[in-house]
Each structure stands twice: as structure tokens, then as C-alpha cells.
Write a protein that binds this ligand. Structure first.
Ligand code: XMP
Length: 516
């Protein structure tokens, strides 16, 4: 890698967004804790540095510092918010402490012709923190706002810049342009982080790691496991054994879609294990959500283990870990976010079934995973699937799980998601503002209805559709009433045994996205 940007993380909630924006410019970048060892950061051969924002004041006790190698490198540096103050403070300027940090919209005005900002005024998302009192030698003010006399500054000779606002958030419409000027023009990085180059590099890395050994992969029907498996197949061909365990709790047509995708794009080689009867019999009579999860986790592992032993227990296992998972578990002060997620790692592999992991998506954001999936020729229904929980429909079939109830749920779910996709709210064309996850839930209650002249006493389907960018918090999607009416009508008419449909209007928190 010679074209990368190193982003030093000082703890801002927006740090991951900086990385996403740089990747959108098709330039590779990586996030590092600000105190990461110099060799780790240098290993990506950065063409420049971005210093993120952070919650502290540069004067705070134990405030994070600027590692000397950043300035000594002679490479361009862009400090954002805390990063800007740190740059000023480290290079001999003066920053005066203000009380609380405050965020909000502001308008900045460019004061001098400079390579970072266009002339004139523009709206930004300002972070009012400490104030810059004195500039370090060689710097000049590039922009100001009503409230902030130094909204941007720079030392053009050394290519050191700082902005008090957040160019990475959508509320700064010119932010993309600013980051592009810094990355492409000031750092002179080239846009070579394309799906094709990602595939080439991943294939080389996988081959180097795996050599002639055998690799095992569990395919779930989700995007990440499919793309990870496809990359490994591209890299090592038949050394890979891919297994799909049909738990009986997959979505409508999920199994056949995965089989077809393997057949058409990956040259076949998918072992499908139909274990639905085993799962159903172990779940019979169970209604407690955590017990359901545990039974599914354990059953899955034992079935997977039996398959692994059949092919001589390969040394390597493919895992679809993606970059946000890596960042969340390694960044400072994010341990809370990590804890919320751990309950999702159902079961985990027992110690007697240990593998070395192959994680080809470890450095990719979700949108990059999808772009790679498309470049590998995977069908778009698979590439644009929404996230699906490990325990599958079990956590959406409230109360007892039976084959008949699962079938009702599958039908209702397919009606809802198909209608949403057709209306452009879900999938490939929905964009960042679209619905992130939508599904049906079958409730363990029956209600009275009337159909024709008949009184009915049947089950209820709840619909859940949320918007979210990180799945940690979510809001319910404001879907058009006509669309909801059409879905409810179709479900009641087409799914026998369901006479009522409800729409979930709680956000997360206090509710969760799933119902169990
Ligand atoms: P919640 O319901 O906690 O879900 O708001 C957040 C996201 O995680 C998914 N989820 C799971 N994923 N195993 C998984 O692999 C699980 O047990 C599980 N439970 C929830 C959920 O679909 C949503 O995307």
C-alpha cells in the first residue's frame, strides 16, 4: 500500500465516518488509536494523516497527545476539532480552555485563498471547543464563523491544516469536497481502492495465509459470509469446503438463492445440510427467548462440528468479520458499544473445535463488502440482503416454534419485504436514507376478526421497519400509510391463519430492533 491515509483516533463519535468518507474517495485509509505503535501505523505507508476529534481538552489531565513521528514525517496533516487544537498546541500556539464542548450548525467564511477551502461562505457542523488564542509560527487563519474566529487554519508550506468543524458529517455539505481536496490534492493520494483492487489484494493475502491447507466456511445466506466465502473460493478454489446449515429458520427462498448463487458464480461446491427437523424437535415447547438462542447455538455447533470432522477438520475457518466490528472492539472508550453486541455472538465455537481464522473482510465497510460481492458476480438479491440474526426466524416467531407457524411468518415476511423493495425502501436502490432492516414478527396471541360473515380467531403479525446507520440505536421507519395498508391487506388475505397486522412504532432504545 502506498496510497493510504492514516487516521489517528482521539475518541470522537464521528471517527468511523471520517474513514468512510475517505474510502468513498476510493483511497485506502485505516483508523488507529492515537497511541498505536509507530510501526503499526507506518506499515500502511501513509501519504498523510488525519487527526480526529475527541471529547477532551488539550489541557485535560492525561489528554491524548500528538505522536512526534506525525510531524517529523513531513507529510500533510489535517486536524479536525480536537485534532486541530492538538496540532496548534503541539506546534507552539495557544489554546484557551472553554467550558463544555458544544455542537451545532454554523456558517463559515473563507478569509484567504487556500488549497483546502473554496472561497465564500458555507454551512458547517461546528464543534465549539477550546478557543485558539495564538497561532503557531507559520500558520494563518483560513476561515472564521460568527462564533469562532479561527474556524480553519493552515501552514501551507508544511501542509498542516486544521478545522474546528466536522467535514465528515452530512450536516457539512461541503465536507466531502474538503476531504477530497486534502486527500487527493494536498496528500496526492490516488483513487486506487476499487473493488477490483480490493479483490486482487485479498486473494493474494488469503493465498499467503492459507498455503496448501484446507479451509472451512459456514455460509448463512447473509452478505458478509457469502462475500467472504466467495473471496476465499476465488483465492484457493477447491481447498475450500463451504457449508450451509439449513436450520429450518431461514427466510423464504434463502436456501435456494444461496445454492443458485454458488452454482452460477462460484462454480458450485456448497454442501447443504438440512437439519431443520433436528432444530424443530429440540425447540419443541420452548418459548423463553434466551433458551431458544442457546439451543440453536449449541445445535448449530454440533452439526457444524460433524461436518468439519467429515472433511478431516480443516486448519482454517472463514469468518465474515467486517471493519466496524474490528474498530468497535479495539477503539478507546467504546467498550460499552462492544458489550451491547456480545449477546449476539450466539454460542461461539467450543475450544475443542478451534480454527485459525481467515477474515478477508476485516478492513472493509459494509458498502465495500457489497461492491466486492457485485464485482465477484454474486447476484444482487444476495448482495443487497438486509442483516439477519444468527438464530434466524426463531427470534421472530414469538412463543412456540412449529413448522406451521414458521411458514406463516415466512410468507408474511416475504410479502412485507417484497413490497418494500418494490416501493424503493429496501435494497439496492434505497440509498442511505432507506430502511436498514425490515421484517415480520409472528405474535403468540390470537385476536378476533371478521371475514365475510365469519367470526375469526387467529394470529397477529407485527411489522418492524427501522432506519439506522449502526444498529446500536434505531428509529422506526415513517413508511407511507398506503404502503402499509397494501402490505396488511395482502398478509391477511394471503397468509392463512393471520387476521390482524400491527406496525411497531418504538425506537431503539427503549425497544430493540428484534422482538426477542
Ligand atoms: P437488536 O435486536 O439487539 O439487534 O436491536 C441489533 C442488530 O443485531 C441483529 N441481531 C442479531 N444478530 N445474532 C445475530 O447474529 C443474534 O442473536 C442477534 N440478535 C439481534 C439484529 O437483527 C439487528 O440487526
Amino acid at each position: 500500500m502506498t496510497n493510504a491515509i492514516a487516521i489517528l483516533d482521539y475518541g470522537s463519535q464521528y471517527t468511523q465516518l471520517i474513514a468512510r468518507r475517505v474510502r468513498e474517495l476510493q483511497v485506502y485509509c485505516e483508523l488507529f488509536p492515537w497511541d498505536a505503535p509507530e510501526e503499526t501505523v507506518q506499515a500502511i505507508h501513509p501519504a498523510g494523516y488525519i487527526l480526529s476529534g475527541g471529547p477532551l481538552s488539550v489541557y485535560a489531565k492525561d489528554a491524548p497527545t500528538l505522536p512526534p513521528y506525525v510531524i517529523e514525517s513531513g507529510l500533510p496533516v489535517l486536524g479536525i476539532c480536537y485534532g486541530m487544537q492538538l496540532l496548534v498546541y503541539t506546534l507552539g500556539g495557544r489554546v484557551s480552555p472553554a467550558g463544555e464542548r458544544e455542537y451545532g450548525p454554523a456558517e463559515i467564511e473563507t478569509l484567504a485563498d487556500n488549497p483546502l477551502l473554496p472561497s465564500g461562505k458555507q454551512p458547517v457542523w461546528m464543534s465549539h471547543g477550546d478557543r485558539i488564542e495564538t497561532l503557531p509560527p507559520g500558520f494563518r487563519v483560513l476561515a472564521r464563523s460568527g462564533n469562532c474566529p479561527v474556524a480553519a487554519l493552515g501552514d501551507e508550506k508544511n501542509r498542516w491544516f486544521g478545522v474546528q468543524f466536522h467535514p465528515e458529517v452530512r450536516h457539512t455539505p461541503g465536507g466531502r469536497e474538503l476531504l477530497s481536496r486534502f486527500v487527493m490534492e494536498i496528500c496526492k493520494a490516488e483513487a486506487d481502492w476499487t473493488p477490483a483492487s480490493i479483490i486482487t489484494q485479498s486473494v493474494e493475502r488469503i493465498r499467503a495465509q492459507v498455503g496448501n491447507e484446507r479451509v472451512l466456511s459456514a455460509v448463512s445466506g447473509g452478505v458478509d459470509s457469502s462475500v467472504a466465502t466467495a473471496l476465499v473460493r476465488r483465492a484457493v478454489g477447491d481447498q475450500l469446503t463451504a457449508i450451509l446449515v439449513d436450520t429450518g429458520m431461514l427466510r423464504k427462498d434463502e436456501r435456494s438463492q444461496v445454492e443458485a448463487a454458488f452454482q452460477q458464480s462460484l462454480g458450485g461446491g456448497l454442501t447443504v445440510v438440512d437439519a431443520s427437523q433436528t432444530f424443530l424437535s429440540r425447540l419443541a415447547g420452548v418459548t423463553e427467548p434466551e433458551v431458544k438462542r442457546r439451543i440453536i447455538g449449541e445445535t448449530f455447533i454440533r452439526i457444524f462440528e460433524a461436518q468439519a470432522l467429515k472433511v478431516g477438520k480443516p486448519r482454517f475457518l472463514v469468518q465474515g468479520t467486517i471493519y466496524p466490528d474490528v474498530v468497535e472492539s479495539s477503539a478507546p472508550d467504546r467498550s460499552k458499544a462492544e458489550r451491547i453486541k456480545t449477546h449476539h455472538n450466539v454460542g461461539g465455537l467450543p475450544s475443542d473445535l478451534s480454527f485459525e481464522l481467515v477474515e478477508p473482510l476485516r478492513y472493509l465497510f459494509k458498502d465495500e463488502v457489497r461492491a466486492v460481492g457485485e464485482a465477484l458476480g454474486l447476484p444482487s438479491e444476495l448482495v443487497w440482503r438486509q442483516p439477519f440474526p444468527g438464530p434466524g426466524l426463531a427470534v421472530r416467531c414469538l412463543g412456540e416454534i412449529t413448522a406451521a407457524r414458521l411458514e406463516k411468518l415466512r410468507q408474511a415476511d416475504a410479502i412485507f419485504t417484497t413490497e418494500l423493495a418494490e416501493a424503493g425502501f429496501l435494497g439496492e436502490n434505497s440509498g442511505e436514507e432507506g430502511v436498514a432492516q425490515a421484517f415480520a414478527v409472528l405474535l403468540p396471541v390470537r385476536t378476533v376478526g371478521v371475514m365475510g360473515d365469519q367470526r375469526t380467531y387467529q394470529e397477529v403479525v407485527a411489522l418492524r421497519a427501522v432506519t439506522t446507520s449502526d444498529f446500536m440505536t434505531a428509529d422506526w421507519a415513517r413508511l407511507p400509510p398506503d404502503l402499509l395498508a397494501r402490505v396488511a391487506n395482502r398478509i391477511v388475505n394471503e397468509v392463512s391463519g393471520v387476521n390482524r397486522v400491527a406496525y411497531d412504532i418504538t425506537s431503539k432504545p427503549p425497544a430493540t430492533i428484534e422482538w426477542e
